[in-house]
Design a protein around this ligand. Structure first.
Ligand code: S3P
Length: 171
């Protein structure tokens, strides 16, 4: 069984997947890194050369490769939920947990990172709001449960995820 963290950029997926992997004796895997390995390029370069469509195609290959593995704690890319097939493959042997955060918090966390490709027509906080609106339903219906990381430390969020898994008999 794997644990897969989904949710928007800046909700803490990578940080929390690392902490959970360590606490639960699992292996940390970052889906963006797996996508980069397949493409032989950085995420921003894939977007630059092949556009979002090219990125999504490679991301899908990475999802199907890790879906066959076990004992992983996976930090998914924020857009993994856009492809129904990705969610179906992940669900076969992963528990999907959604991380959420307030829009302003998200924008505050990601605005300084120049390497993140711009994904929507609008920029800045308005772009975050637009994409969240488009994806909210997909995030929510894909996950078993969600944890809001807006106002607590990664350590506290990790404990709440572990509790959520225990309450459901998954740990
Ligand atoms: C994306 C999020 C990114 C990365 C790519 C697309 C998205 O991952 O996969 O830039 O569509 O939200 P993080 O959520 O890890 O930043």
């Amino acid at each position: 069984m794997n644990i897969a963290l989904i949710g928007f950029r800046g909700t803490g997926k990578t940080t929390l997947a690392r902490i959970l992997a360590q606490k639960l004796g699992m292996r940390f895997v970052d889906l963006d890194e797996e996508t980069e390995k397949i493409a032989g390029m950085k995420v921003s370069e894939i977007f630059g050369e092949k556009g979002e469509k090219g990125f999504r195609e490679t991301e899908k290959k990475a999802v199907s490769a890790i879906s066959g593995m076990d004992g992983l704690c996976i930090a998914c890319g924020g857009g993994v939920v856009l492809d129904r097939g990705n969610i179906d493959s992940l669900k076969r042997n992963s528990t999907l947990i959604l991380l959420t955060s307030g829009e302003e918090k998200i924008w505050g966390r990601i605005k300084g990172d120049k390497n993140r490709p711009v994904l929507s027509g609008k920029k800045g906080l308005a772009g975050v709001k637009e994409l969240l609106l488009q994806r909210k339903k997909l995030y929510e219906e894909s996950a078993l449960f969600s944890v809001d990381t807006s106002d607590e430390s990664p350590e506290q969020s990790a404990e709440r995820i572990i509790l959520g898994l225990r309450e459901r008999g998954l740990l």
